[in-house]
Design a protein around this ligand. Structure first.
Ligand SMILES: Cc1cc2nc3c(=O)[nH]c(=O)nc-3n(C[C@H](O)[C@H](O)[C@H](O)COP(=O)(O)OP(=O)(O)OC[C@H]3O[C@@H](n4cnc5c(N)ncnc54)[C@H](O)[C@@H]3O)c2cc1C
Length: 436
């Protein structure tokens, strides 16, 4: 499929229970199925081997059609999971369908941790790695950057392994692969020693801090910083996550001109803070502080659409100012926006490939046609900053604009030709954006 300006996502108005390919919230439709639930590696290999076209599902939290298929869908949720920790080498081998929330708890018990997490722990390691899911922090890279080896079932049903060390020339194309190279069964991750963090939220970051310099300083001011705002020239909330060890002082009353929230808050208006991670400033295990949302709650009803664009970190204030020109169109559709940062990585399809990035995120109301209409204006405002959209969220940028942002795209397609010449793992989304 060639360039297209239609919305690269569906919010699936018809949340019909008979559709087996619905997202976690029932609001995105990945396809009619059939949906297969293999219970063993042999069953998965046999299934893939006899399929003309198949697609893996993770925990189904993507808003785009990245996971969609008009043929077979496969979930690994009935496969033996497995979390196999190597404390000596600080690595873990984990089933692709395992959720981060489950993984980090097992790691903590062994004195180990992941350096970064996304805003919610409910998502699978395989699915998050496949789309470049990220947390926030100038020194934190995408979650896929921690992957040091993978095993996947390729088009003929073979189980093959690749590692950063043994397959150095292609490994940066293997992990963040949008599900297009095969069905990943296990991943091996690098770990760090367990650590503690504390979190505090600050309100009403002053307008003068919304410049390149101001936002840059705020993003750099802690291990992980997220700013929630509504495009009114100020940041309503600044979530500050600090390493607790070695920082004896409690969180101060003010942060770059913002004032400490008197009590816990939720990023979205009218949502209960009980869903959110602790904001008291008291130290806790890092895995309980890095996400915004707690594993034991469903973070939202899912009646939302998300979009996110990565721009060069040093232009964050200019990019925010450019989008601000379209606020009259944005605000009626917006629930909340978030600004985060992420370190550069080398993964071929990573939105942070080769550049430290600021990530400008939108949580929209579930009004797909109106969101579809406003996104081109947002993208036009961001065009001078060479935006790269999050693969798992909704955007309307055309294929040429996306391809132009990925200098290793030809290498990825060569890898695809090698591993999946029959295009068993193709879907319209990947073919449309990257080429068939
Ligand atoms: C409330 C909410 C908050 C979010 N917060 C963040 C955030 O903080 N940061 C961020 O970057 N994103 C965020 N996202 C987006 C989300 O993290 C990504 O869309 C992520 O890919 C979802 O993982 P999943 O397990 O649900 O994968 P799915 O959505 O099920 O699948 C995503 C892709 O992975 C592929 N895939 C899944 N499993 C496998 C496998 N075993 N082998 C091969 N391919 C596979 C699928 O084919 C598909 O292409 C959020 C989403 C929601 C709903």
């Amino acid at each position: 499929m060639g360039a297209s300006s239609r919305m690269r996502g569906s919010t699936g108005e018809a949340a019909n229970g008979s559709r087996p390919g619905l997202s976690w919230s029932g609001t995105v439709d990945y396809g009619p199925g059939p949906l297969h639930r293999p219970t063993s590696l042999d069953a998965l290999r046999a299934l893939v081997g006899r399929s003309d076209r198949t697609r893996a599902l993770g925990t189904r939290h993507s808003f785009s059609q990245v996971a969609a298929s008009d043929a077979d869908l496969v979930t690994l949720e009935a496969m033996p999971g497995g979390i196999d920790i190597d404390t000596e080498h600080r690595t873990v081998r984990v089933g692709a369908g395992v959720r981060y929330g489950e993984l980090v708890l097992a790691l903590w018990e062994q004195g180990l941790a992941l350096p970064s997490m996304g805003s919610l722990p409910h998502i699978s390691v395989g699915g998050a790695s496949a789309t470049g899911t990220h947390g926030s922090g100038d020194r934190q890279r995408s979650l896929a950057s921690s992957v040091r080896a993978i095993e996947l079932v390729t088009a003929d049903g073979d189980l093959v392994g690749f590692s950063r060390e043994a397959d150095a020339e292609v490994f940066d194309g293997m992990v963040l692969a949008l599900g297009a190279l095969g069905i990943v069964t296990r991943l091996e991750l690098d770990l760090v020693p367990a650590f503690r963090m504390r979190q505090a939220v600050y309100l009403d970051l002053p307008p003068e801090q919304m410049s390149d310099e101001g936002l840059g300083a705020v993003l750099a001011s802690a291990y992980s910083v997220s700013m929630f705002h509504h495009w009114d020239g100020t940041a309503a909330q600044v979530w500050v996550k600090q390493e607790a060890d070695g920082t004896p002082d409690p969180m101060p009353d003010a942060w770059h001109g913002a004032r400490r929230a008197p009590g816990p808050v939720h990023p979205a208006p009218d949502m209960p803070p009980t869903f959110c991670t602790d904001q008291s400033g008291e130290p806790g295990p890092a895995f309980e502080v890095l996400p915004h949302f707690r594993m034991e709650f469903t973070p939202s009803s899912g009646a939302e659409i998300q979009s996110e664009y990565f721009v060069p970190r040093e232009h964050v204030g200019e990019a925010v100012a450019a989008v601000s020109e379209t606020v009259e169109r944005i605000r009626p559709l917006l629930i909340v926006s978030e600004i985060r940062s992420t370190a550069a990585d080398g993964l071929w399809l990573s939105p942070a490939h080769g550049r430290a990035s600021a990530c400008i995120h939108f949580t929209w109301q579930s009004r797909p046609d109106e969101v579809r209409a406003v996104l081109p204006e947002v993208e036009a405002a961001l065009a001078p900053f060479s935006p790269r959209p999050h693969w798992g969220k909704v955007f309307t940028l055309d294929a040429d604009a996306v391809r132009a942002q990925y200098p290793r795209l030809a290498d990825f397609q060569a890898l695809r030709d090698r591993l999946d010449p029959r295009r068993v793992f193709r879907n319209e989304y990947v073919d449309g954006l990257l080429g068939a």
